[in-house]
Design a protein around this ligand. Structure first.
Ligand code: FES
Length: 322
């Protein structure tokens, strides 16, 4: 697999956007226009300290002189967001990937229902602005813990589509809280649902939608970080490389990617959290235990692909197309 093209960028501006949330305006080091992107796109950022993290672009996609990303300082993270907040200053340079879009708008939809939880607003805001420009029918629900933690509140309130946006604060009155089950009770033909936010929020939204019978084709979602720590009941298993017949043991406390790397076999990764799909590998035999949030439930059930950065095996051996 060839590595995606990378870009050298400079932090032109770092701003506090809300409590624990900073935005970073990134411009090309060589001053040339940046590659184009569409609403919903993200870039992989090589964070100071060696981690790679995905951040959605939240500026106007018609701009080519900058990318804007928003980063929540997450105390539960493995250090990516803390490094962005603490170690990155204006003038610093970074390596990022070209934009990728796993979360595109369905432009043929009749109506768009956008749901954002916390920092999940970044791709959703870009989508809302795009939909407003194209005159599409949409509604945005934005749930946060409090007004102080609500990124882009001013930008949204001042926008031409402000009346289409409903803010829901966890610390606010009950009457303004989002009743997800009621909102999604009746799937509507032609309405597409988009959701981005913390895992609990996404699970609640997607769980309600699926329970109410929303067709999978009308559900669009993008997870950010995930908890991929080994579980207490994890055991060892084997992976066999179909090309060579070589067998590698995956110990209970190592991922498939780590076990393969220790055996000198490199699998390209990016997020190492089961959210980006970079490591997707074809499974030829055996049953994976999926721990990713990239594949749809149908794709997971098909057991033809798995993410070796975090997923494991239910069977004693997996034969991989490597
Ligand atoms: S590296 Fe991102 S899903 Fe595996």
């Amino acid at each position: 697999m060839t590595a995606p093209p990378s870009l050298e960028v400079r932090v032109a501006r770092k701003s506090v956007e809300a409590q624990d949330i900073c935005t970073f305006e990134l411009v090309a080091v060589d001053g040339r226009p940046l590659p184009a992107f569409a609403a919903g796109s993200h870039v992989d950022v090589q964070v100071p300290g060696g981690l790679t993290r995905q951040y959605s672009l939240c500026n106007d996609p018609t701009e080519s002189h900058r990318y804007l990303i928003g980063v929540l300082r997450d105390p539960a993270s493995r250090g990516g967001s803390a490094a962005m907040h603490e170690r990155l200053a204006e003038g610093d340079t970074l390596t990022i990937s070209a934009p990728k879009n796993h979360f595109p708008l369905a432009h043929d939809a009749k109506r768009h229902l956008l749901l954002a939880g916390g920092i999940g607003i970044t791709p959703i805001l870009c989508m809302a602005e795009r939909l407003a420009i194209t005159g599409a029918d949409f509604e945005l629900h934005y749930c946060t813990r409090s007004r102080e933690r609500t990124a882009f509140h001013g930008r949204i309130a001042a926008s031409a589509f402000a009346q289409r946006v409903h803010f829901h604060f966890d610390d606010g009155a009950t009457v303004q809280k989002l009743d997800i089950a009621a909102l999604l009770e009746t799937p509507q033909a032609g309405t597409h649902l988009y959701v981005c936010g913390p895992k609990g929020f996404m699970d609640a939204v997607l769980g309600s939608a699926r329970a109410s019978g929303w067709p999978e084709a009308q559900l669009h979602y993008e997870f950010f970080g995930a908890d991929v720590a080994p579980l207490a009941g994890d055991g060892a298993f084997e992976v066999m490389l179909a090309s060579s017949g070589r067998v590698v043991v995956v110990p209970k406390d190592r991922s498939v990617v780590q076990a393969l790397a220790a055996a000198g076999i490199e699998v390209q990764t990016s997020c190492e959290q089961g959210v980006c799909g970079t490591c997707l590998t074809r499974v030829l035999e055996g049953e994976p235990e999926h721990r990713d949030m990239y594949l749809t439930p149908e794709e997971q059930a098909a057991n033809e692909l798995f993410t070796p950065c975090c997923s494991r095996a239910k069977s004693a051996r997996l034969v991989l197309d490597l």
